[in-house]
Design a protein around this ligand. Structure first.
Ligand code: SF4
Length: 274
């Protein structure tokens, strides 16, 4: 299915479910999403669990970096329900939506196993805001990437230190920067193996698994947010827009990575401001 087709479906799903899907906790309820899919997610699921178990055995200390988005909730469910020895951690940038933060509590309640929450250095954040302002990321790509560097990349580097490998929820159809995403690669930016076990999964596969397994998910997904980042840098998408159109929407599509997956960018270097 083309990305265009996916966006059309997303728009229909989001508008249809928006008025009925949120719970009091702000966590979306899987059963409220429209059904009728015919995607073979079950076969992908078996492969996914097998792959994760193999990764855990071969790379003790491996961790899943969760953005708390739908893909990462599928991975989290696989890890926690199969009791795999893989730590799941998430970066609280200090600019997340309440709905996103609520997912942390939802995971604890569902699985009785918590996420590790990683925070940025408070002094570095304060220094950036003091020098550039609280919304400087709108002014230029370098200033935006500098904010991502402080709030995401440096904390991620700390969370990955000493690990032999990490796991992400990236998929190929998410963006032009991810079209050739491999399922395993060496991450030369952070210096360890990197696994993208959902690389071949489609949007339909992800939501079929979430519906069938009643996996908790971010309520923003029901409000037109297929991709979710920090609150000031993410908006709902409109019909016909691609899945990551709501991320840093004021930038061109070939720069829409935050530095966590810098290897996806072929030409634009990350410039860190002093
Ligand atoms: S997504 Fe926006 S607020 Fe979040 S770290 Fe990047 S620039 Fe800063």
């Amino acid at each position: 299915m083309s990305e265009q087709g996916l966006t059309t479906q997303w728009s229909a799903s989001g508008s249809k479910s928006a008025s009925t899907s949120s719970t009091d906790t702000g966590i979306g309820a899987a059963e409220t999403r429209p059904s009728g899919d015919t995607t073979p997610w079950q076969s992908r699921w078996e492969t996914l669990v097998h792959s994760l178990r193999d990764i855990a055995a071969r790379y003790p200390g491996v961790g899943l970096a969760s953005s708390l988005a739908a893909e990462d909730m599928v991975l989290t469910h696989a890890i926690f329900s199969e009791n795999l020895d893989i730590e799941v951690f998430t970066l609280d940038t200090g600019r997340l939506n309440p709905e996103t933060l609520a997912v942390v509590d939802a995971v604890q309640a569902r699985y009785q196993r918590g996420l590790t929450v990683v925070y940025p250095d408070a002094e570095a954040v304060a220094g950036y805001v003091k020098e550039h302002g609280a919304h400087a990321f709108y002014e230029s790509v370098p200033l935006r990437k500098a904010c991502c560097e402080i709030r995401k990349v440096i904390p991620l580097r700390g969370a990955l230190a000493g690990r032999p490998a990490w796991i992400t929820g990236q998929r190929r159809e998410q963006a032009v920067t991810r079209g050739s995403l491999p399922e395993q690669e060496f991450d030369s930016v952070f210096g360890l193996e990197k696994f993208n076990p959902l690389a071949a999964w489609t949007f339909d596969d992800i939501w079929a698994a979430i519906r069938a397994l009643n996996i908790p998910y971010n309520a923003l997904h029901d409000r037109g947010y297929p991709s979710i980042g920090c609150e000031p840098c993410t908006r709902a998408i409109r019909p016909g827009e691609d899945l990551r159109a709501g991320r840093w929407w004021w930038e061109s599509s070939d720069s829409k990575e935050c530095g966590l997956h810098a290897g996806n960018l072929s030409a634009i270097p990350v410039k860190v401001l002093s």
